[in-house]
Design a protein around this ligand. Sequence first.
Ligand SMILES: [Zn+2]
Length: 185
Amino acid sequence: MPVKGLVEKSWRLDASDIRAALGRARGASAAVLARRPDGGEPLRIEVTPMGGTNPIRVGVRYTIRGETIDDHLFLMGAAGGWFIACALSTLPGGCPRRGRAVHLPPTGRVFGCRKCMRLGYTSQRQPLAARIRAITGALARCEAHLASADPSRQCGAVRDARRIVRKLLAASSRRRVGRRQNTPD
Ligand SMILES: [Zn+2]
């Protein structure tokens, strides 16, 4: 599925922040800030414990674009710390993912995992653009060499073309491997 938005421009709600706020509030509601990595205005979330110890059901309330949303999330303790289930896990056939945080894109209404929200990182986009620029430059050099009368330069052009194809193949297999890994975030 193509990426629709950026993690950096989305609010990030951390499981550890919710856990800390609930600990301080001792059973009452507490406020947690969901922050935007790009430095955008944080979103204030009111969290309320709604029962359970592991998972803890947590009511969340926040106002986005003038609309107050009442929802709940599940917080889970594990050996590695606290995790939060994707909000879409509560739907029939829902998302099985859990991570350190859930994300809310500026155009969205509920927090979910990166996959469900179809969020990518700016850094995931930049290398592709940079690779395309590099390949375009290499192809231009290749074209110049092929146009030369010098056979050794022409052979060099073919070698360059092979190198470009090899790089593309390596990059595409890296991308496939990257997609297979289910990174909990
Ligand atoms: Zn999800």
